[in-house]
Design a protein around this ligand. Structure first.
Ligand code: ADP
Ligand code: ADP
Ligand code: MG
Length: 495
């Protein structure tokens, strides 16, 4: 086993990986940028190496600096987390070239899945159903229009290099196609340095259901069931749960086996996720594969009892999977809410800034993978995820009740968070009934605004009063202009 691992990431996911290392007796090296001098991951690792300016290109995307940090500290392996370099085949290769173990799949598997059209071809060859559409990127409006006519409107323009919901346009009317191609392509070029786009049939009223797989370097591949990730804003997940209310045991088995086949077709090793779109008739199609740890991996950990990060590390160290498919069992129901610094009443606009007051929820079956602390300033430079709030309970109904309680007790003052919005979603009848399609938010919460009942106003007054007492010295130093009024920023909070 490795003695020392460098974590090439920041925030909550760096801390999540650090926790697994600590449990396994492995020393940790954090890397940090200028903006992250005071971040929790910087403070929490056994060693921390400064790698550059705040802009990601200068630090968390700087392959040379990260490899150098590993050399300098004697780390033997690098865990990339998610985002940044996690799905960068060049980085995985650079690790290997430097004699370091990349805790993830081989560069070739990252390349195969990293491009959506390359992956679609590979899946078709491997007998995995894909969404009807093009298998080569194309920007020629005439040829693309002919394809669109063939597969039928509505169609979805997608970036071949896409990720995080970027570079996607739904087109209902042929007259809108050319403009959609141009705007999706330029968004993709800016985000991924690759403006290639292609078309898929837009599946009506779908769900996003993905399968977690684990593959070792000895040819053993298993799956850890599904995650239902249909509650999304801007094509990005914000609430995930497992099991999915839409799967029968037969469909679960079929999708699991298909995901294993997809991983085998790509020569996959380590933890990965095969994403499917599931239509109303129970037909499912390959969407893409994420060749890394997924943001929502904890819900799978909760129901299976399998620690996915520990498994990643053990697989990377060359261990054989000591689990057979039939030994993997699931218990209960788990839900995750992603807590971002963003304003749900203003199109989920990012809301970085200083955290003036923080109270994390605790209790049976509650797990908060958290990357912030009171007094911390959420930087503007990075993905504004603050924490992943996860609950596990015996049944789905119990898990819903538990999540409501946890959201209720979660107080973050100083920046905007989606907590009150998430509470209303979890508390809604359509959610309780499992009507979780990807259209859920536009259908049921098209223009959500917070409500502040009287008892909450009383709670706000209480917090404001408590904070005023605590902040006298701090506010004198910071200046009053920096501190917003608590009732402008407080999320869902009840007495
Ligand atoms: P997941 O696929 O794990 O559910 P997201 O799609 O929300 O999660 O992406 C997780 C993180 O990775 C986000 O910070 C997102 O901005 C980033 N990300 C996702 N795909 C890419 C990509 N292709 N390139 C760069 N960053 C990405
Ligand atoms: P990304 O790499 O950005 O995560 P995905 O291909 O995984 O892109 O798609 C993200 C989301 O967009 C899906 O979860 C789903 O909600 C929606 N989506 C993608 N493709 C389709 C499609 N063909 N039909 C309907 N919805 C789709
Ligand atoms: Mg995706």
């Amino acid at each position: 086993m490795f003695k020392k691992i460098l974590i090439a990431n920041r925030g909550e996911i760096a801390l999540r990986v650090m926790a697994a290392c600590r449990e396994m007796g492995i020393a940790t090296v954090a890397v940090y940028s200028e903006a992250d001098r005071e971040a929790l991951h910087t403070r929490g690792a056994d060693e921390s190496v400064f790698i550059g300016a705040s802009e990601p290109a200068e630090s968390y995307l700087n392959i040379g600096r990260i490899i150098e940090a590993a050399r300098q500290t004697g780390a033997e392996a690098i865990h990339p987390g998610y985002g940044f370099l996690a799905e960068n085949a060049e980085f995985a290769q650079a690790c290997l070239d430097a004699g370091l173990t990349f805790i993830g799949p081989p560069p070739q598997a990252i390349r195969s899945f990293g491009n959506k059209t390359v992956a679609r071809k590979l899946m078709i060859d491997g007998g995995v159903p894909v969404v009807p559409g093009m298998v080569e990127p194309d920007l020629d409006p005439v040829r693309v229009a002919a394809h669109a006519q063939k597969i039928g409107y509505p169609v979805l323009v997608k970036a071949a290099a896409g990720g995080g919901g970027k570079g996607m346009r739904i087109v209902h009317d042929p007259a809108e196609l050319t403009a959609a191609l141009t705007s999706a392509s330029s968004e993709a070029a800016a985000a991924f340095g690759d403006g290639s786009v292609y078309l898929e049939k837009y599946i009506a009223r779908p769900r996003h259901v993905e399968i977690q797989v684990l593959a070792d370097a000895h040819g053993n591949i298993i799956h850890l069931f599904e995650r239902e990730c249909s509650i999304q804003r801007r094509h990005q997940k914000i609430i995930e749960e497992t099991p999915s209310t839409a799967l029968t045991p037969e469909l679960r088995r079929e999708m699991g086996e298909t995901a294993v086949r997809a991983a085998a077709a790509a020569g996959y090793v380590n933890a990965g996720t095969v994403e499917f779109i599931l239509d109303e008739d129970g037909r499912f199609y390959f969407l893409e594969a994420n060749t890394r740890l997924q943001v929502e991996h904890p819900i799978t950990e909760m129901i299976t009892g399998i620690d996915i990060v520990r498994r990643q590390i053990r697989i990377a160290a060359g261990e054989k999977l000591d689990l057979k498919q039939e030994q993997v069992t699931a218990r209960g129901h788990a839900i995750e809410c992603r807590i971002y610094a963003e304003d749900p009443a203003n199109d989920f606009f990012p809301s970085p800034g200083k955290i003036l007051y923080l109270k994390e929820p605790v209790g049976p079956g509650i797990r908060n993978d958290c990357g912030i602390y009171e007094g911390y300033t959420v930087p503007v430079e990075y993905d504004p995820i603050l924490s992943k709030l996860v609950v596990h309970a015996e049944t789905r109904d119990d898990a819903i009740d538990r999540m409501k309680k946890a959201l209720d007790e979660y107080v973050i003052v100083g920046i905007k968070t989606p907590n009150a919005f998430l509470y209303d979603v979890i508390d809604s009848k359509p959610f309780r009934e499992g009507k979780t399609l990807t259209s859920f938010i536009p259908t049921y919460f098209p223009s959500w605004q917070p409500t502040l009942p009287d008892r909450e106003t009383a709670a706000l007054a209480f917090v404001a009063d408590a904070m005023a007492g605590r902040r006298t010295t701090e506010s004198a130093a910071a200046g009053p202009a920096e501190i917003p009024l608590p009732w402008q920023t407080l999320g869902h909070w009840r007495l």
